[in-house]
Design a protein around this ligand. Structure first.
Ligand code: TAP
Length: 454
């Protein structure tokens, strides 16, 4: 087992070292998970629910510790990190109600009755990205466990600390050993092995569209079940009849949350031309007012990027001749800082306009009318998120139906709620997570005919 060093992205100082899991160790973990799952599926629904509630309570008792770990490992502002740790607790609590409601159907047929059962799949592999290590882990983990599966999770190589601690908390809460295991290490080693191993019956992958495509190919060899949550290039559409002040005040938070390292970042602002000048005047102080800095401070709104190499890749989208309209601030000195940046006017072939930047860079593009707004919003291979600002309810619904994306907000910059379905259109993904139907993705329907005529 080789180990590697985790760096604090705000200070560039080492936080700790972590063991990198090998292929052989991954295989051994999958074998243990397979054995544990056979017992876990046999645990009565009431007891499985009780254990998930105990797991949620254990997380709740360690919110501050988890938040501080995330601040050190990922550079998330502490307020955001506390919210993220709280989301693990809430998602576990929400799906703790599911085992006792995992019902089948009775279907009367000639000469008998069909009954259906929702059977767990077996071992589920969760492959998690570095941008939201806690929430994204919980979105797959909680419904998979609730349905009676065992979970082997691979956190991102750079951000494994909270997942590893959550694995320990599961055991402390009384979950049977090996029902939930966390394997830190490389995607090309551990993640790839989860995809290739025939005992792993489903992969839940969140990450880039490029790696998602490779994983889909790998899963095809085993006809392995797959949920994909991939990239985004979402639009924030602002009509002239909206509350422009509110739209401008919240636009920075729709894209610069988590320093723009957010699949739901609304990184293309589309503004009706008649209010463009007014909107830009209002946006400038809002962007400059985003508090960027030390993530350990309670009032910090934006921290650093995750790594030096990621900062270099974000910087490529803002070359020296980029049309920078205005920028916010960022600290000098150590840390992978990047100031919030607004590009306008931007050409429709500029990489910052067409590609997912995954950093605090937003473009502003004017449109003339509703039809053009929809056309521009849909002119992307992605379809994950989006916002619409208008005072006209009919327009809000028309545009919401026409924009090809999985998650929209109207007159709000919010995005994910764990009790509503979440996922992408087009190259943003496959399948849905969260919401009341999430267990469908972690169960197979078994259909049994019982003869009544003998
Ligand atoms: P990726 O580079 O795709 O990595 C995601 C995860 O996959 C990491 O754990 C990575 O491990 C692993 N991985 C890499 N190569 C693999 C392989 N060949 N087989 C199996 N696993 C492999 O993405 P990222 O840079 O971490 O995350 C950013 C991307 O995620 C963005 O595109 C963002 O939009 C997307 N994202 C989407 C969503 C939703 S819900 N749609 C949410 C968050 C992020 P390593 O750490 O070792 O590379």
């Amino acid at each position: 087992m080789t180990s590697y060093t985790i760096l604090n992205p705000a200070s560039e100082r080492p936080v700790t070292t972590v063991p990198g899991t090998s292929v052989e160790e991954t295989d051994a973990a999958i074998t243990r998970a397979d054995a544990a799952q056979r017992e876990w599926r046999a645990v009565s629904p009431g007891d499985r629910a009780r254990l998930l509630r105990a797991f949620a309570a254990e997380v709740d008792a360690h919110i501050e510790e988890l938040a501080q770990l995330e601040v050190a490992n990922s550079g998330h502002p502490v307020g955001a990190a506390r919210w993220e740790a709280g989301q693990i607790r809430d998602v576990l609590q929400y799906y703790a109600a599911a085992p006792e409601r995992l019902l089948g159907k009775q279907i009367p047929v000639a000469g008998g009755l069909n009954v259906t059962f929702a059977e767990p799949l077996g071992v589920v592999g969760l492959i998690v990205p570095w941008n939201f290590p806690m929430p994204i882990l919980s979105w797959g983990l909680a419904p998979a466990l609730a349905a009676g599966n065992a979970v082997v999770a691979k956190p991102a190589e750079m951000t494994p600390l909270t997942a590893m601690r959550i694995g320990e908390l599961a055991l402390q809460a009384g979950l049977p050993e090996h029902v939930f295991q966390v394997l830190p290490g490389k995607g090309s080693v551990v993640g790839q092995r989860l995809v290739d191993h025939p005992t792993v019956r489903k992969i839940v992958f969140t990450g880039s569209t490029e790696v998602g495509q490779q994983i889909m190919t790998g899963c095809a060899k085993h006809v392995k079940r797959l949920t994909l949550e991939l990239g985004g290039k979402s639009a924030n559409i602002i009509f002239a009849d909206s509350d422009i002040e509110r739209a401008a005040a919240t636009a920075p938070y729709a894209v610069f949350d988590n320093a723009g390292q957010d699949c739901c970042a609304r990184s293309r602002i589309l503004v009706q031309r008649s209010v463009l000048d007014k909107f830009m005047e209002l946006l400038e102080p809002a962007v400059k007012g985003v508090r960027v800095g030390d993530p350990t401070l309670g009032d910090t709104e934006m921290g650093p990027l995750i790594s030096a190499s990621h900062r270099a890749s974000v910087a490529k989208y803002v070359p020296d001749d980029a049309p920078v309209a205005f920028r916010g601030s960022a600290p000098e000195g150590p840390g992978y800082w990047f100031a919030p940046t607004v590009l306008a006017p931007i050409g429709s072939d500029a990489p910052a306009y067409t590609e997912e930047v995954f950093g605090p860079v937003v473009t502003v593009t004017p449109f003339e009318d509703e039809a053009e707004a929809i056309e521009i919003a849909n002119d992307t291979p992605y379809g994950l998120s989006g916002s619409i600002w208008t005072g006209n309810v009919g327009r809000a619904l028309r545009v919401a139906r026409a924009v090809e994306t999985g998650n929209l907000s109207v007159n709000s910059h919010s995005s994910v709620r764990y009790w509503t379905p979440f996922g992408g259109f087009k190259q943003s993904g496959l399948g849905r997570e969260l919401g009341p139907d999430a267990l469908d993705a972690f169960t197979e329907v078994k259909n049994v005919f019982i003869a009544t005529d003998n």
